[in-house]
Structures are given as structure tokens and as C-alpha cells.
Design a protein around this ligand. Structure first.
Ligand code: IMP
Ligand code: MG
Length: 175
């Protein structure tokens, strides 16, 4: 397999600036409330860590992991819950944080699973959104950046387990 070439799409500085803005919106929207951030593993771990440190709200953290596909274009709607650290969510405001909304299948699944547990409120925050790839409608409340239909890596996002530790977001050119 040839070496994967990458090209910067969003810089570390741009990400920092945008996260401060989103965190400001979250702080305003949840003023006086406490918020349970639900990070979707593994892709959201860096975004979540930066976001919660910028948001000025009383914070709890939980994680969920869902079955993933090596090639997300093969996603066929069958999502499985692999890990779930959430205890009772009754009476809690939930904000699901994920790396990217692509087909929307993952977040649509989470909407069904989490709304059945009757939280006080349920919202979704993604760093990246690829609207042109959507197969299932999902309501996104906070979006970092809308991007074109490119496979991207870095800042938590991987290709075959690699590149999660890059500080910016990069297009993978030859996959
Ligand atoms: P969905 O298609 O919206 O269900 O997205 C499922 C998951 O596919 C996302 O949470 C990401 O982990 C992964 N994914 C989708 N697009 C990309 C990409 O461009 N780079 C890396 N991972 C991606
Ligand atoms: Mg993911």
C-alpha cells in the first residue's frame, strides 16, 4: 500500500477559534444548568477535551462507543452500541459530542437510543459536517465546520487507526 498523502484543510488555530465560539454558545444556552457531555468514542476525544475546558457550565462526562466501519461509505444503517458509560439520564441535559456527521446513521441511531431514556433535553454537537453525504436526516445543534465530501483525518479522526493525533484537520488525498 502506498503512503497516504495529506493536505491541511483546517488549521489548529482555526479549530481553537471555532471551539471558543461554540463553547460560548453552549455556555449561554445552558446558563445556570448542568450539562452531561456524551463523547462518542473514539473520534470525539480531543474535541470533547477542548470543548469542555472552554465551556463555562457545570459539567459531567460520559462516553459511548458504537460499531464502526472501516469504510464508512459501507455504513448500512446497522449500528450497534459497543460501550455505554451512561447511568440514569432522567432529569439531565445531554449534549452528544461527535467528530463528524457523515451519512447521519450514527447520530440518528443515538437520537433513538437516548431519547427513549427520557433525558430533560438532548442536543448534538459535531466538529465537522459533510452535508452532501447525508442519508438520514439528523438535527445538529452545534457545528464546527461544514466541509466538502472529502475523507479527513486528524484532531481525533482516523484512517485505519492512524492520524488521530494530528493538531489540524487534513484531507487524505490518495485513499
Ligand atoms: P455517519 O456516517 O454519520 O454515521 O458517521 C460515522 C462515523 O464515520 C463518524 O463518527 C466517523 O467516526 C466516521 N467518519 C465519517 N467520515 C469520516 C472522515 O472523513 N474521516 C474519518 N472518519 C469519518
Ligand atoms: Mg465516530
Amino acid at each position: 500500500m502506498s503512503k497516504i498523502e495529506i493536505e491541511e484543510l483546517i488549521s489548529e488555530e482555526e479549530i481553537k477559534t471555532r471551539i471558543k465560539q461554540i463553547a460560548g454558545d453552549i455556555t449561554a444556552d445552558y446558563s445556570g444548568k448542568s450539562l452531561l457531555f456524551v463523547g462518542i468514542l473514539k473520534g470525539s476525544f480531543i474535541f470533547l477535551a477542548d470543548l469542555v475546558r472552554q465551556a463555562g457550565v457545570k459539567t459531567e462526562i460520559a462516553f459511548m462507543a458504537l460499531s464502526s466501519y472501516a469504510d464508512s461509505s459501507c455504513s448500512n444503517g446497522e449500528v450497534k452500541l459497543l460501550y455505554d458509560s451512561l447511568e440514569s439520564v432522567e432529569g439531565k441535559h445531554l449534549l452528544v459530542v461527535d467528530d463528524i456527521a457523515d451519512t447521519g446513521v450514527t447520530l440518528a441511531f443515538l437520537t433513538r437510543v437516548l431519547s427513549m431514556r427520557r433525558p430533560l433535553s438532548l442536543k448534538f454537537c459535531v466538529l465537522l459536517d459533510k452535508p452532501s453525504r447525508r442519508k438520514v436526516e439528523v438535527a445538529l445543534d452545534y457545528i464546527g465546520f461544514q466541509i466538502p465530501d472529502e475523507f479527513v483525518v486528524g484532531y481525533g479522526l482516523d484512517y485505519a487507526g492512524d492520524f488521530r493525533n494530528l493538531k489540524g484537520i487534513y484531507k487524505a488525498l490518495n485513499i
